[in-house]
Design a protein around this ligand. Structure first.
Ligand code: BGC
Length: 762
């Protein structure tokens, strides 16, 4: 482990380290500038807990407290009462955990060990903003002695692999409720960065390589969170596709291509989830930092997409005051992660000098307030209260079962048959628990870290295994089978056990985390372990707990492959239920797994500096299709314990879109879920085909359903950056009804009329 992790606790730019070293000198010179915010109290009168609530009587006659009025009216009314200082106060957030390396103590009013805190204005009844990470559940930050123990959903990628927006929405509702019950009203969720690079250490937080799938799933999660009176973010805006050099790297991507790929994922999530906030990313996009990129924050987000909430920065992503404010940033987060208090004293000076206009200041405060009104933050303050962990754990388990992907199942080795008397379970700490991903999104589970002694033990760790043991759960699910565990650390022991067992199940893991990119191969010789076990017992099943895709050079040698992701709080039970057949797997891959590393568009570990995404919008399977590369497991693939037949494809052209109707029938013996996928092929596109629609369909054995889907017009169109609009070319399009991007069951062609429209009127 590089020693720097220990010292820094969080990923911070090197200029930050310098800043820390110079701190005493700066304190003398810039006392009011940089040092004041390092003290805990940020709010006049804030030392009295509950001051905002106490003040209700005094403010209740203010028209902005009237929930009958529209949010815009309420914003106007309250802004008219606010001083410049008060407006500024809403625009600067503080880290909610101590940061010893900066000599920083979190504000007393912050929730201990949390991501952030923004003071309220007691005089006007404006609530404080208590911010928590993140997309899998309520996290704990920093070295807080007491960790919040909460329910963790499976990873973002696992949720995307469910291909079921209702699963994502229910998950969002659950973590939003836990956030609210933990005293938070802002959740830093909604991670939707497109998987361009398989090495990205945060791929587990995201939603895969397709903009439509990612946007739909992230949007559903956001809607769920916000139903609980908790503002959700949508992040990290945009093209934050690697962790290497994450604070300074420059993503070079053609703006038009971005609109049809990464930005399309954001646009769709924004429309579906209506997040109160968007978090701008650390990286630069085409030479300009995301948090001061006027094209991203103003042209695209506000003018083209009509976003009415506020933009908050990632923690330490701000590099200027006036430039950032005028480009479209409203709130600087997590001081002291930025090297200076850009949105503190420095922004006040910029307002006083006129560099930032009063109108812009009003807009900035107004947007924060708008999101607070829209999401009921005034009427429904978060309350620390009991959480139903039983219920929430069951929900997380259900989500895990929906996202687990059965990639291979030769001779129906799975589900484990009654005739299987002995099972060798090997490796992956499967006797103790299931892996989770590292960094700011880390949720601490109830009960202890099941494998507490792994490195790194502090930021971006700890490496955390949730105490849901696949071994214990499989013993419970298959009581008549004798299951013996071997840790897999001595290959010959594992092989010997596999040899004398009917079936061998090898658990393999790869820990991935924020701040670090990873090779796309299993670490610690796990490939060798699989090969050795498979050589000893052809009935070998591999269960992968990985953050993203890994190469599977042993795929032909094993009987079955189960991609189980980071499966969340009750992941062990979910895996056991899939292995035993109590749950029928229905997840589908949200990315491509190639045969060879070189087949990936980005086959090597990311580099620092400028990163040229020359593939433009040809991301993921689109690249494999265009290059005519055969993947090992294609985008959208996954098996079931039953079989489905797809038929009766009918196409109907509509204005700027088309309606696709088809039937799906369960032709097997078990109830199960099909994931019907519609791909469209058009001329002059960035790729031979695009995912245009999908539906997860639950069917009893023998049942048949008719499904009707409409294609989003943007998935039939090409974006023209010059004219700032979408265009569907008139002509014929091929529509494919598939069960993956390569398994096509029926094809049809349709003539579409041409159409064009501007960004805002699709
Ligand atoms: C991460 C964000 C997170 C924030 C607050 C940053 O390091 O990039 O995703 O929300 O920290 O913890």
């Amino acid at each position: 482990m590089p020693p720097i992790w220990v010292a820094l606790k969080r990923s911070i730019p090197s200029s930050f380290v310098l800043f820390a070293a110079l701190l005493p000198t700066w304190c003398a010179a810039l006392l009011t500038l940089a040092c004041t915010p390092l003290r805990a109290s940020t709010e006049p009168g804030a030392s009295r807990p509950g001051v905002v609530e106490d003040n209700r009587a005094a403010v209740e006659n203010g028209p902005w407290m009237n929930a009958e009025l529209s949010s815009a009216e309420r914003v106007r009314a309250v802004l008219a009462e606010m001083s410049v200082e008060e407006k500024l106060r809403l625009l600067m957030g503080y880290y909610g955990a101590d940061a010893a390396w900066k000599g920083y103590t979190a504000p007393a009013e912050a929730r201990p060990g949390s991501a952030g805190y923004v003071p309220g204005i007691a005089r006007l009844g404006i609530p404080r903003q208590w911010q928590t990470d993140a997309g899998m559940g309520v996290a704990t930050q920093g070295s807080a002695a007491v960790k919040r123990e909460r329910t963790a959903l499976p990873s973002g990628l696992a949720m995307a692999a469910s291909w079921d927006p209702s699963v994502a929405e229910a998950g969002g509702r659950m973590i939003g409720e836990e956030a609210h019950a933990s005293g938070f009203n802002v959740m830093l969720a909604g991670s939707v960065n497109l998987q361009r690079d398989p090495h990205c250490g945060r791929n587990f937080e995201y939603a895969g390589e397709d903009p439509y799938l990612a946007g739909v799933m992230a949007g559903a999660q956001i809607a769920g969170i916000q139903s609980q009176h908790v503002i959700s973010t949508l992040k990290h805006y945009a093209v934050n596709a690697q962790e290497t050099d994450r604070n300074a790297g420059d993503s070079i991507l053609d703006p038009g291509a971005a609109r049809m790929s990464d930005l399309l994922a954001f646009e769709l999530a924004l429309e579906r989830g209506r997040p109160g906030a968007v978090m701008c990313a650390y990286n630069k996009l085409n030479g300009t930092y995301a948090c001061e990129n006027a094209w991203l924050l103003t042209q695209v987000l506000r003018k083209d997409w009509g976003f009415s909430g506020y933009v908050l920065s990632d923690w330490g992503a701000v590099h200027s005051s006036a430039k950032a404010a005028n480009a479209g940033l409203e709130q600087a987060s997590g001081f002291p992660f930025d090297d200076r208090p850009y949105f503190g004293t420095l922004l006040r000076q910029a307002v006083e000098s006129g560099e930032v206009s009063r109108a812009r200041l009003d807009e900035m405060a107004g947007r924060v307030l708008f999101a607070m009104f829209e999401n009921g933050l005034f009427e429904h303050p978060p309350k620390i209260r009991a959480i139903d962990f039983e219920k929430n754990g069951a929900l997380s388990q259900h989500a895990a079962e929906q996202g687990i992907v059965l990639l291979k199942n030769e001779e129906q080795i799975l589900p484990l048959a009654q005739s299987v008397k002995t099972v060798a379970m090997i490796g992956g700490y499967a006797d103790r628990g299931v892996l989770s991903g590292g960094g700011s999104s880390q949720v601490y589970p109830r009960g202890k870290n099941a494998v507490p002694d792994l490195q790194p033990s502090s930021w971006p760790g700890p490496v955390m295994y949730f105490p849901s043991s696949p071994l214990i759960e499989l013993r419970r699910a298959a009581p008549h089978t004798q299951i013996t565990f071997d840790p897999g650390t001595k290959q010959q022991d594992a092989v010997a056990l596999a040899k004398r067992s009917d079936v061998a199940i090898v658990f393999v893991t790869q820990w991935t985390t924020e701040t670090l990119d990873v090779p796309v191969v299993l670490p610690d010789d796990q490939d060798d372990l699989i090969r050795a076990v498979a050589a000893a017992n052809p009935k070998t099943i591999v269960v992968l707990e990985t953050g993203g895709p890994v190469l599977m050079p042993w795929a032909k040698e094993v009987g079955a492959i189960v991609q189980a992701w980071y499966p969340g709080t009750q992941g062990g039970r979910a895996i056991a239920r899939v292995l035993s057949g109590a749950a029928n797997p229905s997840g589908r891959l949200p990315f491509t797994i190639p045969l060879r590393r070189v087949d990936w568009r980005h086959p090597d570990l990311p580099k620092a500096g400028k990163v040229h995404y020359e593939e433009g919008a040809t991301v993921g399977y689109k690249w494999f299709d265009q290059q005519q590369l055969t993947p090992r497991f294609e985008f959208g693939s996954g098996l079931s314990y039953t079989t489905f037949a797809y038929a009766e494809l009918a196409l109907k052209p509509l204005e700027r879109t088309l309606e696709v109707t088809f039937s799906v029938e369960n032709t097997g013996e078990n109830a199960g879920q099909a994931v019907a996928q519609i791909y469209v092929a058009g001329k002059g596109w960035e790729a031979p085909q695009r995912l245009a629609a999908f539906a997860k369909v639950a069917l009893e054995a023998g049942e048949k359903k008719l499904v009707s889907l409409r294609v989003d017009p943007r998935l039939l169109a090409i974006w023209n950056e010059k004219s700032g609009g979408w265009k569907i070319a008139p002509g014929s399009y091929e529509v494919r009804l598939g069960s993956s991007s390569r398994r096509v069951h029926q094809r049809g062609t349709i003539e579409l009329e041409g159409a064009s429209w501007s960004a805002r009127s699709h």
